[in-house]
Ligand binder design. Structure first.
Ligand code: PMP
Length: 340
């Protein structure tokens, strides 16, 4: 019998899928870890579970307690699902700019949503800072207490990837992996997977794929945190070295334009049946860059972070894409024009 006892046991152990066109283009084996196949349809289920378990083990999260978090959406969805399975409740602080689909899903999961205007981390009203203050307040008033998940600086986040994502990739490739590439939101995925893989083989190359508007490409190439431009991608694009990123063994960094990333997402849906969000496009573009640097014959793994339906109103909406001066494939125009 192969029965998972609850939704928590369905988190992780995601397939590694060969990306055909990227592999053909580079002569490498480019593989995507299908994180959209987690119950919450994103890579963040892993971090959500590890942060909740950590708080339970520390005794800070008590039965019936409240989990408060600032999130671009995916972490909130993971937290809400795990919380429901374990008898906790969630309050999620989210920037207004995030996709409607993610907000709808959060409400559906029973999370109490606090939508706030988008503001940089330096602003005291930034969603992450607000969530920390809200958690402090609620800890005093809630009968069963409240904890702040604090995904950016809570290293239980990257431990999830050290203990699950990295060993899964190692086993799925029989240890024949030459490189790993990921974008950074909190840095949990990149740092944790990098640490776990380097512990198996320090020669594995680790690459950061950074969207425009983020500061890490500049940091890892020049030592200065500096941003230029902007991106429509959600969940990634960091302006500081989070606790999860500290000590991450990063060998290479790539800066990726949205136009390049979204073309990859559109092509994957049209030709390979993979429906992904924008950050997956940034990741795959980064993996292609690394493949070109390492040369043919190498195996490079990246992360397919979340499912594309989460961005139907943005990335897959021709009007939105045109408003951002981004390409719209012909088939997408046709799909949206169909009426009966
Ligand atoms: N892609 C998406 C869509 C995300 O929501 C996130 C998480 N914020 C990431 C990538 C990056 O993951 P991490 O927080 O582990 O850096």
């Amino acid at each position: 019998m192969q029965i998972r006892q609850d939704v928590i046991e369905a988190i992780g152990n995601t397939p590694l899928i060969k990306l055909k066109r990227a592999s053909e283009e580079t002569g490498c084996n480019i593989l995507g870890k299908a994180e959209f196949m987690n119950p919450g349809q994103s890579v963040k289920d892993r971090a959500a579970l590890f942060m909740i378990r950590d708080a339970m083990e520390r005794g800070t999260l008590k039965p019936g307690g409240l989990i408060v978090e600032g999130t671009a959406g995916n972490t909130g969805i993971g937290l809400a699902l795990v919380a429901n399975a374990l008898g906790f409740r969630t309050v999620i602080v989210i920037p207004e700019t995030q996709s409607q689909e993610k907000k709808d899903m959060l409400r559906l999961c029973g999370a109490q949503l606090v939508e706030v205007p988008a503001a940089p981390y330096s602003n005291p009203n930034n969603y992450v800072r607000l969530s920390g203050r809200l958690a402090e307040q609620l800890a005093k008033s809630e009968p069963n207490g409240a904890v702040w998940a604090n995904q950016f600086d809570n290293v239980a986040n990257r431990v999830a990837h050290i203990e699950t994502t990295a060993p899964e990739i190692w086993e799925q490739t029989d240890g024949k992996v030459d490189g790993f590439v990921s974008a950074v939101g909190t840095g949990g995925t990149l740092a944790g997977t990098a640490m776990g893989l380097k512990a198996k083989n320090p020669k594995i190359q680790i690459g950061l794929a950074d969207p425009m508007g983020a500061s890490l490409y500049s940091y890892y190439t020049t030592g200065v945190l500096k941003a230029e431009g902007s991106s429509i991608t959600e969940g990634i694009g960091q302006s500081r070295i989070t606790a999860n990123l500290e000590g991450a063994p990063i060998d290479r960094a790539y800066q990726i334009q949205d136009a390049e990333a979204v073309q990859i997402v559109f092509d994957l849906l049209e030709h390979e049946g993979l429906c992904l969000g924008g950050s997956s496009g940034i990741n795959i573009a980064g993996a292609i860059r690394m493949a070109k640097e390492l040369g043919p014959g190498h195996t490079i793994v990246t992360v397919l972070c979340d499912y594309g339906t989460r961005y139907q109103s943005k990335l897959f909406n021709p009007d939105f894409m045109r408003s951002k001066n981004l390409p719209v494939p012909e088939w997408l125009e046709k799909t949206s024009a169909i009426s009966v």
